[in-house]
Design a protein around this ligand. Structure first.
Ligand code: HDE
Length: 712
């Protein structure tokens, strides 16, 4: 076993390293078979004569091909497309008052984590920039066992009961007859289902918002979604909602950009995460909790067990309790990112579930799915899944068992093994479920307290800025525009009308229909729905409340730091080196990443005769892959006036409200682009022409100039 330190991160805990880095390094080693026999020829099969048939006895060739034939395992049914990294979590202050969880007690302890981000609907090879929810799963390797916080980048979910999950996923996945479309909810079956599920309306607002198209996996919030419990050493319970707040700020791209990025670089998010960690710009999130006393359970207008509801931060503030830093890329995608098995039921003492019926169903699903995905109940022995806590029990055998259990005892109680392994009392760290009183009749039903499907959807819509509202309207027009069955659109617009009448009207306008088409009854097509009236949208007074934390643009986690922002410098032979270097140095000093883009790869020659290395040619680069663009001065820049790629670059950057800067010839070139010309005097401060580097950097700190959308 190789003992190594991370290339960019901190030295690993040696114990964790042994358990989880079952790495092998072939440097200076002979090639062997799987069984250690040195291989003499890896290029030719064993044949009867040079031109003769291959021989069955060629065990070397058979072993190689057999292994290859079995290289694939089933991808995850949901969240198949993912990217992950190692890091650590550290609590700021002891949380002893609320929880006895060991990793939340001591601020000096760094608990190793492995965090996997994912999209939900697409297959393993699908694009990163699909409009979708993002998974946000964190495995904490604590001294008391593994704790998994398996959340999303949105704080609520589409459905209230696990029973509906297969239906939701069947509806959103590519349609079964022709397997289209890939990684997209913009098709009939998804919206058919949603239009008959009013409980999904709050989540639909999130999924149609910019949250569904993040700029980077590093720039997303994360949420535990369900309400959990913290349990302290006195066995007192508090309800808890988990939040991850990115210290890089929360940012999104526009839908037009997302679609173009999918074409230009479908690994955009994966590459961004990898490169940030590789270059030492470790992404960081703070962990926040909303804590609610047990006695306050019923003091809300919604049910804490309902996963389609959030607790507004204005009602219960988020207390920041610690920080996660991701500082090491995986060594091997398959061994780590693909084989990691998360489970909301991986708990440690001090954290417990609630009766949220969606969470309860998940507790069954995650082990069950690993059995078919990883193929054996021994998936906990795969290095990435191993606990760092001592592990002893009487589970035995099964496919691919790694551990060699010694002795004759594999049962409890026993006297032959001295009663080992012992059960642990609560004070010895044994997990004891919270002793919640449950006194009820068996029913297959839903609580009446889950029946308001619209108030928080309205709250979310109310909380958005006009720009964000507009993005939601456009997203709905796009998605429903791709739906071919008219009745589905009509039903959807009627549901949206329960959320916000202006929203419904604007979406309807785009679809060329009217709200409330009286000829089509709401539940037509519902078929054998056992209880259609229950699912029929109820008209309820629309709330006027709003919450700033729900808007990305108003979000307090937005930072003005320009660290890791990608800036395209459009250059050509004859660029002014002084102008280029002045800006490049100023930006790099603040942590931005500058790439030199020119008509051809290799080198260009500046006005001053200096050789400048080109990072990307105009053929490969595109505005959508960058956060901002700058064109330096220089006589040679004038030649770029005829370039269609440059015109498209600036036009897209302008349309997507990005910062555009230029000096002298560069500024003149920008002003000559049609879309900039048309804006005339109405140019905003994001177009920084013939100003100093400070003005450009200040503009970059704003991320986007959304007011420009009106001009476009
Ligand atoms: Fe999952 N979910 N889920 N889910 N989920 C899986 O587990 C499931 C739900 C989430 O990076 C699967 O190992 C059911 C909510 C994430 O590896 C599967 C229900 C939330 C990931 C599964 C839900 C999530 C998964 C597929 C309804 C947000 C990726 C492969 C009761 C809080 C984990 C696997 C990773 C993965 C089932 C609902 C988040 C099939 C039955 C709500 C982030 O077991």
């Amino acid at each position: 076993m190789k003992k190594s330190t991370s290339k960019t991160g901190e030295a690993l805990d040696p114990k964790l390293q042994d358990l989880q880095r079952n790495t092998s390094d072939a440097t200076d080693q002979f090639m062997t078979t799987d069984h250690g026999v040195r291989i003499n020829d890896d290029n030719n099969t064993l044949k009867a004569g040079e031109r003769g048939p291959s021989l069955l006895e060629d065990f070397i060739m058979r072993e190689k091909i057999t292994h290859f034939d079995h290289e694939r395992i089933p991808e995850r049914i949901v969240h198949a497309r993912g990217s992950a990294a190692h890091g650590y979590f550290q609590v700021y202050e002891s949380m002893e008052k609320y929880t006895k969880a060991g990793f939340l007690q001591d601020p000096s302890i760094k608990t190793p984590v492995f965090t996997r981000f994912s999209t939900v609907a697409g297959s393993r090879g699908s694009t990163d920039l699909a409009r979708d929810v993002r998974g946000f799963s964190v495995k904490f390797y604590t001294q008391e066992g593994n704790y998994d916080l398996v959340g999303n980048n949105m704080p609520v979910f589409f459905i209230q009961d696990a029973m509906k999950f297969p239906d939701l996923i069947h509806a959103v996945k590519p349609e079964p007859h022709h397997e289209m479309p890939q990684a997209a909810s913009a098709h009939d079956t998804f919206w058919d289902f949603i239009s008959l599920m009013p409980e999904s309306m709050h989540m639909i607002m999130w999924a149609m918002s910019d949250r569904a198209i993040p700029r980077s996996l590093r720039m997303m919030e994360g949420f535990g979604v369900h309400t959990f419990r913290f349990i302290n050493s006195k066995n007192e319970s508090h309800f808890v909602k988990f939040h991850w707040k990115p210290l890089q700020g929360t940012h999104s791209v526009t839908w037009d950009e997302a679609q173009k990025i999918s074409g230009k670089n479908s690994d955009f998010h994966r590459q961004d995460l990898w490169e940030a960690i590789d270059t030492g710009n470790f992404p960081e999130w703070e962990l926040g909790v909303q804590l609610i006393a047990d006695s306050d359970e019923f003091n809300f207008t919604y049910d804490l067990l309902d996963p389609t509801k959030l607790v507004p931060e204005e009602e219960v503030p988020v207390t920041i309790i610690g920080k996660m830093v991701l500082n090491r890329n995986p060594d091997n995608f398959f061994a780590e990112t693909e084989q990691v098995a998360f489970h909301p039921g991986h708990l440690v003492p001090g954290i417990d579930f609630t009766n949220d019926p969606l969470l309860q169903g998940r507790l069954f699903s995650y082990t069950d799915t690993q059995l078919s995905r990883l193929g054996s109940p021994n998936f906990h022995e795969i290095p990435i899944n191993r606990t760092v806590a001592p592990m002893h029990n009487n589970q035995r055998d099964g496919h691919m068992r790694q551990e060699i259990n010694t002795g004759r005892v594999s049962y409890q109680p026993n006297s032959l093994g001295g009663g080992c392994p012992y059960q642990a009392k609560m004070k010895e760290g044994g997990f004891v479920s919270f002793n919640e009183r449950v006194d009820a009749q068996k029913v297959r039903d839903r609580s009446e307290s889950f029946s308001d499907h619209f108030s928080q959807a309205t709250l979310f819509f109310n909380s958005q800025t006009d720009v964000e509202k507009n993005h939601i309207i456009k997203a709905l027009r796009f998605e429903l525009g791709k739906v071919e069955t008219e009745v589905i659109r009509v039903r959807m617009v009627a549901l949206l009308n329960q959320v916000d009448s202006t929203l419904a009207e604007k979406v309807a306008q785009g679809l060329g229909i009217t709200v409330h088409n009286p000829e089509i009854p709401m539940n037509k097509g519902v078929g054998a729905d056992a209880n259609p009236t229950k699912y029929e949208p109820k008209t309820i007074p629309q709330t006027t409340l709003s919450s700033d934390a729900l808007s990305v643009i108003k979000n307090p986690t937005v930072t003005s730091s320009i660290k890791t922002k990608q800036i395209a410098f459009i250059c050509a032979d004859g660029v002014c080196n002084a102008s280029l270097v002045n800006y490049k140095n100023a930006l790099e000093k603040k942590g931005a990443v500058v790439k030199i883009i020119a008509p051809h790869l290799g080198f260009i020659k500046s006005e001053e005769g200096k050789k400048i290395k080109v990072d990307q040619s105009l053929l490969i680069a595109a505005s959508v892959l960058f956060d901002a663009v700058f064109i330096p001065s220089g006589k040679g820049i004038v030649d770029l006036k005829e370039s269609k790629e440059v015109a498209e670059f600036i036009t897209d950057a302008f349309k997507h409200c990005k910062v555009i800067g230029g000096e002298e010839e560069g500024a003149a070139l920008i002003q000559s682009i049609q879309i900039v010309k048309e804006a005339g005097k109405k140019l905003d401060e994001g177009v920084v022409l013939n100003k100093d580097t400070t003005a450009y950097i200040k503009a970059l700190g704003k991320h986007r100039f959304w007011e420009r959308e009106e001009l476009v």
